[in-house]
Structure formats: C-alpha cells, structure tokens
Design a protein around this ligand. Structure first.
Ligand SMILES: C[S@@+](CC[C@H](N)C(=O)[O-])C[C@H]1O[C@@H](n2cnc3c(N)ncnc32)[C@H](O)[C@@H]1O
Length: 303
C-alpha cells in the first residue's frame, strides 16, 4: 500500500524521526526557517550521525568519510544547533531548565528560592550555591542561568557563546577532587544526540564520576542529581527502552527517581545519585521490550 501524502503529513507522533527539541524559546528566532525546515534539518542530522557511527563501528572508513562529508554539506552541528534554537517556540514548552529549577525549588533545595536572584537580601539563609554542569548548552540566559543559587558551567561540542566552553563531555578530564565535581548535571536533549546505544550508556555512567557524594547530614536534599530531557518517543514508543527499563538502568548506577514529567513531546526526569548502585553492577543489552512495527529503535546499552 502506498501511503498518501496526507498520511505522511499527519505523522505518527511516536516515531523519533518526527521529533525535535521543542522547548527552546524562539523570541530571537530567524523568521525565515519554517518549522518544517528546522525539523528536517534536525532529523537529517540525527540520521547521518547515526549512519556515521555505524560506519565507524563496522570499520568502513570510506563510508564514514562519505557520510561525514554529507553531514558537513548539510551545515553540520552548527546548522543543527541553529535549527534546534529557531525551530522551537515557547508555546511548545519553552526552556527545559525551567522544569529543573521548579523541581529544585519544589524539593526545597536549601537556599533555592523562586524567581531571579530571589535570595537577595534574605538574611535567614546563609548563601547556598550549587554547582551545575550543563552539558549541551545553547544559551547563557536560560532559567538555570538566572538563579543565584546555581553556578553554571556550560559545555557543548560546538560553543555558541563565550559563556559556553567547547568541550565533549565524554572527553572532559575526570575529576581529581570534589572541587572538579558538581551538585547537579543537566543533559537536556543530549543523550538522544549520542548516535549509538553503547555511547548513551557510557554517557550515563560517566555522570556518576562528576557528581559530589551526598553528605551524611544532607540525605533529604535532592542533590547530587542528574536532570535529563529526552524526546518522549525515546521512552514511550521505543522497541528497546521504556520508563521501567530506564529506571532499572539508572538504579543499577545508583540513581533514584525524584521527579518525572511526560508531555506529548518530551520526558523530563530528575534523578538523585545516591553513590550506592543497587545490587551488583549490571549489564543491559539491546533487548526488545515493546515489539511493534511503528516503533523506533532508541536504546541504551550498559556494558
Ligand atoms: C538538541 S541540542 C540541545 C541543547 C539544549 N540543552 C536544549 O535542551 O535545548 C543538543 C546539544 O548537545 C550537544 N552535545 C551532544 N553531545 C555532547 C557531548 N558529548 N558533550 C557536549 N555537548 C554535547 C550538541 O552539540 C548540541 O548542541
């Protein structure tokens, strides 16, 4: 059966190829880029990245080089980032770090107060500042950057501003002491950028090395914690991953779920790191958990 144009247009929402990061505020958007164009740039970039990772994995250097050329011909990471910013609108969710700060405030992180610089003049709390590592940062003015109780270190594979270090989180030198660790790590729409399942598992594992251990007297606090955002279909419509399986993966690394929010487009989660993995170290292979023809193949493998 040939799918009609209308059917293609009225897309199946659960397919990853139809998602994009819909939460960046577009007040500064370039009006020239239509939603369709930005979605297409993002989708193509993800597909090519994935094909490139597969070619590298299979040792096909010629194919990898060819795909790399295509990635560059399509504008590369730079164009993808522009599309990520310009293709989004506040009505579609806005800045995801608003969810993070709302949760930190709701969970009564000591010193965390609502609003910009809300701890000004409050003598009753000694000033608490928490170190946040924002991986995959595209902005220096989002909600988490506007809280005085957060000191934000921003990194991205391609820095768009002097306030963002150009750095691959996977190549960031491992901490030598707690001075190099963080209270909070944010991976907003970053895990799904990683083109292969093993790489995603490695990224999750690596977060544990960058978080400060919980002090004995601070067990009620939400920190140290990991905030992440994923396109909803990664967890709601994947053959290989759903929320229970992700929870088992995270718990095996020592995380416990504090907050979880699912919208039609995105899943937001906040995980506290206990420093104590539950049980023996576990491996998670690529296992089908949700069979079905209209599902995507998003997967996290932990070796
Ligand atoms: C879709 S954008 C998301 C940006 C922003 N966090 C958001 O929520 O809108 C993904 C960003 O993650 C960055 N990224 C992906 N893997 C990364 C890594 N290993 N280290 C640093 N940045 C990374 C990419 O360069 C890209 O700018």
């Amino acid at each position: 059966m040939v799918a009609s144009k209308r059917k293609v247009k009225g897309r199946t929402p659960g397919l990853l190829s139809h998602t994009r990061s819909p939460h960046l505020v577009t007040n500064k958007s370039k009006p020239g880029l239509s939603a369709k164009t930005t979605a297409s740039i993002i989708r193509t970039h993800h597909q090519l990245q994935k094909a490139h990772a597969q070619a590298v994995k299979s040792g096909d250097q010629a194919k990898a080089a060819e795909i790399q050329k295509q990635i560059e011909a399509n504008g590369g990471l730079k164009k993808y980032q522009v599309a990520s910013i310009t293709g989004q609108s506040a009505e579609r969710g806005g800045d995801s770090s608003r969810v993070l700060v709302d949760w930190l405030e709701e969970l009564r992180l000591p010193g965390a107060k609502k609003g910009k610089g809300a701890d000004d003049g409050d003598q009753s709390v000694s000033r608490c500042v928490y170190d946040l590592l924002e991986v995959g940062a595209l902005s220096t003015t989002n909600a988490c950057s506007q809280r005085r109780y957060l000191s934000v270190t921003r990194i991205d594979l391609n820095s768009q501003s002097p306030g963002i270090q150009q750095q691959d989180f996977m190549a960031r030198p491992l901490p030598k002491s707690d001075d190099d660790r963080f209270d909070i790590i944010s991976l907003s729409l970053v895990l799904n950028y990683v083109p292969d399942a093993e790489g995603r598992g490695e990224m999750l594992k690596r977060t544990c090395q960058f978080l400060r251990a919980t002090a004995e007297d601070a067990s009620e606090r939400p920190t140290p914690c990991l905030f992440f955002v994923l396109p909803a279909p990664c967890l709601t419509n994947s053959r290989y991953l759903d929320r229970p399986r992700l929870a088992r993966i995270m718990e095996s690394l020592g995380y416990v779920l504090l907050r979880d929010k699912v919208t039609s487009k995105l899943v937001y989660q906040l995980w506290k790191w206990t420093g104590k993995p539950q049980g023996k170290p576990q491996k998670f292979a690529k296992v089908e958990v949700n069979p079905g023809p209209k599902r995507n193949n998003f997967c996290v493998v932990l070796k």
